[in-house]
Design a protein around this ligand. Structure first.
Ligand code: PEP
Ligand code: MN
Length: 286
């Protein structure tokens, strides 16, 4: 019990943009990705394929999700795959495709950086740097993205507590980069029926303890396409500032995470449903 209190106090003291007590909860931070604001009145949706596979795949998916009012395009070029024999991403080739589509569609792009040695090249093409779940405790990487002036999407480690998650964010913040978005993406539990257990209680807890915007990834959080809409709606109802979701023009032939990717029509339907949920909780969407 004593240890717990000590840890909390340590966090309260060290996290500059974090809430210090209930009465100072006045000024939530907003993160700007080009002209898109995360953490404002509008719930922002980031959508796109798990991995960039080809120009055709990316173009068709991007054009369609933009039509459905997604504001930021996602797509991995450097993929952290469990098996070294799985598709590892197109690397810089994929980054170039993202940048080209970004120019064509006007959507900013977020993509993962897995290694400090990739920061320079990823920063050249992307508008936001994603630090993935597997790297949430890669402290040299956190420090280095903290030294850039790019907004950062920090995903919760699959085994990380809320406290460890906030302290990971602190590594970025204390390098002078306050443009950090926290992303709940599911944690490992004893449950095996879903890919991860999506911890939606993280949303109010993170918002209670920090001023950073909080978004939810129901794709990796469930691993099941059919479950994504329910959890996406629940996330918005719980107060999430946004969602990141995997969408593919043909999920059945996706090179990565097809089983959890929404089709273009499923995504379009979900977006119109989400708008109603957002409005019901005093927010808006597009
Ligand atoms: C991703 O979003 O592409 C990804 C790999 O997610 P996570 O790091 O949450 O597993
Ligand atoms: Mn994925």
């Amino acid at each position: 019990m004593e240890t717990k209190i000590d840890c909390d106090q340590e966090i309260m003291e060290c996290l500059a943009p974090m809430k210090t007590n209930e009465s100072t909860i006045t000024n939530p931070l907003q993160v700007k990705v080009k002209d898109i604001i995360i953490g404002g009145h509008e719930v922002v949706v980031i959508a796109g394929p798990c991995a960039v596979e080809s120009m055709q795949q990316l173009t068709e998916t991007a054009v369609s999700v933009r039509e459905s009012n997604a504001k930021i395009l996602r797509g991995g070029a450097f993929k952290p795959r469990s098996s070294p024999y799985s598709f590892q991403g197109l690397g810089e080739e994929g980054l170039k495709m993202l940048s080209e589509i970004s120019k064509k569609t006007g959507m900013p792009v977020v993509t993962e950086v897995m290694d400090t040695r990739q920061i320079e090249v990823v920063s050249k093409y992307a508008d936001m740097l994603q630090v993935g779940s597997r790297n949430m405790q890669n402290y040299p990487l956190l420090k280095e993205v903290g030294m850039t002036r790019k907004p950062v999407l920090l995903k919760r480690g699959m085994m990380a507590t809320i406290e460890e998650f906030l302290l990971a964010a602190e590594y970025i913040l204390n390098q002078g980069n306050d443009q950090v978005v926290l992303c709940e993406r599911g944690i490992r539990t004893f449950e095996t029926s879903t890919r991860n257990t999506l911890d939606l209680s993280a949303v109010p807890m993170l918002k209670h303890r920090s001023q950073l915007p909080v978004i939810v990834d129901p794709s990796h959080g469930t691993g099941l396409r059919w479950m994504v809409p329910s959890m996406a709606k629940a996330a918005v109802a719980a107060g999430a500032d946004g969602l990141i979701m995997e969408v593919h023009y043909h999920p059945e032939i996706a090179l990565c995470d097809g089983q959890q990717s929404l089709s273009l029509t499923e995504f379009a339907q979900l977006m119109s449903d989400l708008k109603k949920i957002a409005q019901a909780v005093g927010r808006d969407m597009f």
